[in-house]
Write a protein of this length. Structure first.
Ligand SMILES: Cc1ncc(COP(=O)(O)O)c(C=O)c1O
Length: 431
């Protein structure tokens, strides 16, 4: 889950920036504390309004200057069915990467699903074929193309297919997609396959703080497409430029000083859209008037889910054990990433060194090395905000049970907007 290739140098995070970030969570702390009182601790909190706002904002950024844009939420970034359900209601399609995710999408009634990812099994391809009216398969290799073609022929089912292009042949990224040079060969093969409706192309690059990498590949793709036959260009119905948009607050990392945090700023989504739409217009839409697909994950769900835990054992003046462990996030996130831990029970805008560790029987179970709180006492409720992306989906059945998710609903109270109340909505297990 780590970004190891920075396109910008980290800078020290300013206190003002951090103050602005934590302020709304302290302001609404009674709502989050009520959720713990009602539903117990530890807990995931989902804020549907934030999710929906992000979805609207993201689409607006691109659809302002492109007519045919379709957004597909990358289910892997947060696989809580309610998240996908809310996004489907906003007109999003779903981007799935396995049979498990495809089954989630189908059970939610998604009517536009793209299935991408390497190493699709025969069972997964058959599931896609059985749902060919709603699924488009993005093929990751020539072998996969042959496997899907054979199954489609055998079952006499026609299915939409696209090719995933490799946009980074270095190291571990080689595993994704088909090299651009192989596009001619794919086209020749596709002409012989009457059960495969080849109608699109996809590429994806991860962890972009700005649009440079994606815009560069759009240019490279444009020069390749220029040399493809006219009939091929006419058969293209979509070009999918993937996900990988870093949320506007940027990437935050710990440093060797507990009170100094590193910050890699990210461009706003309007800046991403401006650069990408410019590149698409210049290099793609002059050749084909296909639709543009986008597959955002992190940008949509990052800010919409938080983690609440409770201090249960204050072992030292500056060390506390919480009831929740980092099996809730599934990886040792906070040994490298920085996120403020807020003491909702005893808040303070001053950050203090304090080791906040989880209750798993491993030293790598770290929530943070500092706290925004006057102190931490046993029973205090702690919040780690904005943990919606690549945490819930990676949660592990490891040592401790998995906590529930509680969705919050924004309501009007005494004509005051933006108050919250805990909404009793079904838990994921019930869905
Ligand atoms: C093919 C594909 N599309 C979309 C995404 C979503 O990326 P992000 O969550 O960074 O937007 C991923 C993430 O790995 C991906 O592999």
């Amino acid at each position: 889950m780590k970004n190891t290739a920075f396109s910008r140098s980290p800078q020290l995070m300013s206190e003002t920036f951090l103050d602005g970030f934590i302020e709304p969570y302290f302001k609404n702390r009674h709502i989050y504390m009520d959720a713990v009182r009602m539903h117990g601790s530890p807990l995931y909190i989902l804020e549907p309004d934030i999710l929906v706002n992000r979805a609207i904002q993201f689409r607006k950024a691109f659809s302002r200057s492109l007519t045919w844009v379709k957004c597909f939420f990358a289910v892997k970034s947060n696989n809580l069915p309610l998240v996908s359900r809310l996004l489907i209601k906003q007109g999003y399609g779903l981007d799935v990467s396995s049979g498990v995710e495809l089954n989630i999408a189908l059970s939610l009634g998604a009517d536009d699903i793209i299935f991408s990812g390497p190493g699709k099994t025969v069972d997964e391809l058959e599931l896609a074929l059985a749902n060919a009216s709603t699924v488009t398969v993005l093929l990751d290799s020539i072998g996969e193309l042959e496997r899907l073609a054979a199954l489609a022929r055998k079952n006499r089912i026609k299915i939409r297919a696209g090719i995933r292009l490799n946009n980074n042949p270095d190291g571990l990224w080689r595993k994704f997609g088909i090299p651009l040079d192989a596009l001619d060969m794919c086209y020749e093969m596709s002409k012989k396959e009457k059960y495969l409706d080849f109608c699109g192309l996809q590429f994806h690059s991860s962890w972009n703080l700005n649009a440079l990498k994606q815009a560069d590949f759009i240019q490279i793709l444009g020069s390749k497409l220029k040399r493809m036959p006219k009939a091929y260009l006419e058969s293209l119905k979509f070009i999918d430029i993937g996900g990988g948009y870093w949320p506007p607050q940027g990437e935050w990392l710990i440093s060797d000083q507990p009170l100094e945090h590193l910050h890699l700023p990210a461009d706003s989504i309007n800046h991403f859209a401006e650069a990408l739409v410019g590149s698409i217009r210049e290099h793609i839409l002059n050749l084909t008037d296909c639709d543009i697909y986008l597959e955002p994950g992190r940008w949509i769900c990052n800010d919409a889910m938080h983690i609440l835990i409770t201090a249960i054992d204050r072992k030292e003046e500056d060390l506390v054990i919480a009831d929740g462990g980092t099996n809730m996030v599934g990886w040792e996130r906070f040994e490298s990433d920085y996120f403020p831990v807020l003491n909702l029970s005893n808040p303070s805008n001053t950050e203090t060194p304090f080791m906040i560790l989880g209750s798993l029987c491993t030293p790598h179970d770290v929530w943070g090395y500092t706290c925004f709180g006057k102190d931490i006492q046993e029973g205090d409720i702690l919040m780690i905000p904005t943990q919606g992306a690549y945490t819930y989906s990676l949660r592990q059945h490891f040592i401790k049970p998995l906590p529930s998710v509680v969705p919050l609903r924004r309501v009007m109270v005494d004509e005051q907007p933006y108050e919250y109340s805990v909404a009793m909505m079904p838990q994921p297990e019930d869905e």
